[in-house]
Structures are given as C-alpha cells and as structure tokens.
Unconditional design. Structure first.
Length: 175
C-alpha cells in the first residue's frame, strides 16, 4: 500500500469509526462487541483498501463487511454458550453510554428481540437512513427481501414496544 493510500484509509477510519460503532451497537446491543466488530471491519477493509477505494465511496462496502462480521459472530457456537448475567465493572464513558449516543434503552431492548436479518434491515434502513437499494447491496439480497424483512421487523418492534408500554404502565400502577 502506498503512503497516499494509507493516509486515505486513516482519514476514512477517523471519519467513519463513530458511525460504524453506532451501527454495530444497534446490531449487537453490546458496546464491547461493537468495538470488536468495528475493529475487525477496519482490519478487513485495510487489507483490500487499495482496490476498494479506487471504485469510489466505500461506505456501503464497509457496512457490508460490518454486517457480515456480525452475522459470523452470531454463528459462533461459543457465543451461544456464553452467559452474560453480570456487569463489567467500569466507569460509564460518554463514548459507550447509549443515552450519550442518542440511543434510548427502549430502542436497544426492542431491537434485541428481532431476528438478526430483521435487525440488520431495520438498523440499516431507519437508523442509518439508507434507501432500500443500498440496504440490499449491503446485505447481498434482493430489494424485495429487504422490504419484507423490514416490514416483519417493524411489526415485531411494534409488538415489543407495546409490550414495554404495558409493563411500564403496570409498574406505575403498582406504585
């Protein structure tokens, strides 16, 4: 890689890391895993940077790598066996605080209830504000699949949000 290509990659990484972290967090619901996913994404992108950036903007390509890394992470058998019932002791940092990133706890909890494909389409479509064609390109599927997965995901989100509202009102009544 030439020094100019290296500099352009560094500039891309500086400009897009926060956006990629936010997307990764919305996909997985865990800031630590989100950072790992972004790091893996940037490593994979760096390996092909000399070819990738010649073709124009690499935003969709980086999102595609990120989503595929997340899908791969979901398939790992040790991830299913891992029990996460405790909290990592640390000071809350504005970089890893969902509220500081403009994310509500309700949104993160609701997204966690979706299937991985539905979550990916909803996050890319509405949280990243991508058109259907770009989401299809990122996920490597047809536009019809994106539309159907998004519709199912939104229906599931509505059901989850309705359930959260019912639980919140029941909690308030019991006080």
């Amino acid at each position: 890689m030439t020094p100019d290509e290296d500099a352009s990659f560094r500039e891309f990484a500086r400009a897009k890391t926060v956006q990629l972290r936010r997307t990764a967090y919305l996909l997985c619901g865990d800031w630590h895993l989100a950072e790992d996913l972004v790091q893996t994404t940037l490593i994979k992108l760096y390996r092909v940077w000399s070819k990738a950036h010649r073709g124009g903007p690499v935003d969709n390509y980086s999102r595609r790598i990120l989503v595929r890394c997340w899908f791969d992470e979901q398939r790992k058998p040790w991830r299913r066996k891992e029990k996460r019932d405790g909290q990592v002791p640390e000071v809350v940092d504005a970089r890893v605080d969902p509220a500081a990133a403009g994310l509500s706890d309700h949104l993160v909890k609701a997204l966690a209830e979706l299937t991985p494909r539905q979550r990916a389409t909803v996050v890319l479509r509405y949280c990243n504000d991508l058109p259907v064609a770009e989401v299809a390109a990122v996920l490597g599927c047809s536009e019809g699949t994106v539309k159907s997965q998004t519709a199912r995901g939104l229906d599931a989100l509505r059901a989850v949000v309705t359930g959260l509202d019912v639980q919140a009102s029941a909690t308030e009544r019991s006080r």
